[in-house]
Design a protein around this ligand. Structure first.
Ligand code: STR
Length: 406
């Protein structure tokens, strides 16, 4: 306990770290860039804590923040104190901040976005050059979710390339902190500008709907900016990895891939197993205990910080059996993951993420059935992003061979 396990900000050995965390117990004391916190690695404990109202998002409850041990100089501060939005409040205020967004992205409402998703997918596939290695992350898995969330929220076309740069710099732990704080300020300025424009002239997008007065007490400008930023951040950083990690898992298991292509395994099974085995979010920051909370043999003390270590949680052997480290879309427990969270803050975009992945993956393999990795699987590297499970790149050969196919 004096020398807690340190999470590596450069993510040099993610599998090793996931195993070590799981071995440290369902509630592990860890060092998060110099700050001690609890990492939840057990499925059962995660479900219980995520529906416990004594665990809240308000950074004002954090002992290390109150004492001044954590300041704006801490590299992860933007993940924990991003301003007021549905991501940072609880209880009735949370319901008020979240309801319009959640209602706009229900499975039924999403049917309106399906043609957008299909169109962007087809356009990106058309743009892939089949001769030589291609980075599927940069050229396919990345642009799709970014385009979709931009259409949903109404982010103007000309703002999008800069958005990509800003979010990469925001999440990378190689970004110097003064630069990150400047990035946060720029994002805030961009989204505040966008919200003011929509409030002067509403458009057919979710940002305008969030400014609307129908139903309940209206949201403030800060709250709309917060929700918009949260949605765009999630769109840039999560579904990208869902698609990348699913493709990687399938390419490493050609037998499984053929069963999927033969219809013996569904794409939904692949998507759930990817969410369990290699989820887009490695660690979700952070919640704080408003009083002492006993969990098994441990007690989360009042004011202590709690991180949900979703990648370790998905590998819980009590939930998934002794072969929890094996990727197997046929396993009966594949959907018993909490990669989208649990409880009041459960991901409001889950149905959208699933719709994107279940459109992109079959379309990709239909167009390029001989797709394979251009490097060995163990040469793939993670980005220096502590919270997100993000590969640096996914180099593939679209036609399964090194030389241009005829
Ligand atoms: C990034 C910084 C910001 O301005 C706003 C938010 C709130 C939503 C957060 C986002 C953050 C980081 C990535 C998150 C997203 C919600 C879903 C996404 C945590 C802190 C996930 O990775 C699950």
């Amino acid at each position: 306990m004096n020398c807690p396990f340190a999470i590596d900000p450069l993510v040099r050995d993610l599998d090793g770290e996931t195993s070590a965390l799981r071995a440290a117990g369902p509630l592990a004391r860890v060092d998060l860039l110099g700050v001690p916190v609890w990492a939840v690695t057990g499925q059962d404990e995660a479900r219980r804590l995520l529906s416990d109202p004594r665990l809240v998002k308000d950074i004002g409850r954090w002992r290390e923040w109150r004492s001044g041990a954590v300041t704006r100089e801490w590299p992860l501060i933007g993940m924990v104190d991003p301003g007021r939005s549905m991501f940072t409040v609880d209880g009735p205020e949370h319901r008020r901040l979240r309801s319009k967004t959640a209602q706009a992205i229900t499975p039924r409402r999403l049917e309106r976005l399906r043609p957008v998703i299909e169109g962007v997918t087809a356009r990106l596939l058309d743009g892939l050059r089949a001769d030589g290695p291609v980075d599927l992350k940069a050229s396919f898995a990345g642009p799709l979710p970014m385009a979709v969330v931009s259409v949903l929220m109404g982010v103007d076309e000309e703002l999008r390339p800069r958005q990509h740069e800003l979010w990469s710099a925001f999440f990378s732990l190689r970004t110097p902190q003064d630069e990150r704080l400047a990035v946060i300020a720029e994002l805030n300025a961009v989204f505040t500008g966008m919200v003011r424009a929509r409030s002067a002239e509403p458009a057919d997008d979710l940002t305008s709907a969030l400014l609307g007065t129908d139903g309940g007490e209206p949201l403030s400008e800060e709250e709309v900016v917060g929700n918009l930023t949260a949605m765009v951040a999630a769109g840039h950083e999560t579904t990208v990895s869902l698609i990348v990690n699913a493709v990687r898992a399938l390419l490493a298991n050609p037998g499984l891939l053929s069963r999927v292509l033969d219809g013996g395994l569904t794409w939904n099974a692949v998507i759930d197993e990817t969410l369990r085995w290699d989820p887009p979010v490695t660690h979700l920051l952070m919640r704080f205990a408003t009083e002492d909370i006993a969990v098994g043999d441990s007690t989360v003390g009042e004011g202590e910080g709690v991180v949900m270590s979703y990648r370790a949680i998905g590998r819980d052997r009590r939930e998934h059996g002794s072969d929890a480290d094996v990727f197997d879309p046929a396993r009966p427990t594949r959907a018993r993951h909490t990669a989208f969270g649990h409880g009041p803050h459960i991901c409001p975009g889950a149905a959208l993420a699933r719709l994107e992945a279940s459109t992109a993956l079959p379309a990709l393999f239909e167009r390029f059935p001989h797709l394979r990795l251009a490097v060995a699987d163990d040469e793939l590297r993670h980005s220096p992003v502590l919270t997100q499970n993000e590969l640096e790149a996914l180099p593939v050969l679209l036609r399964g061979e090194a030389t241009p196919a005829g």
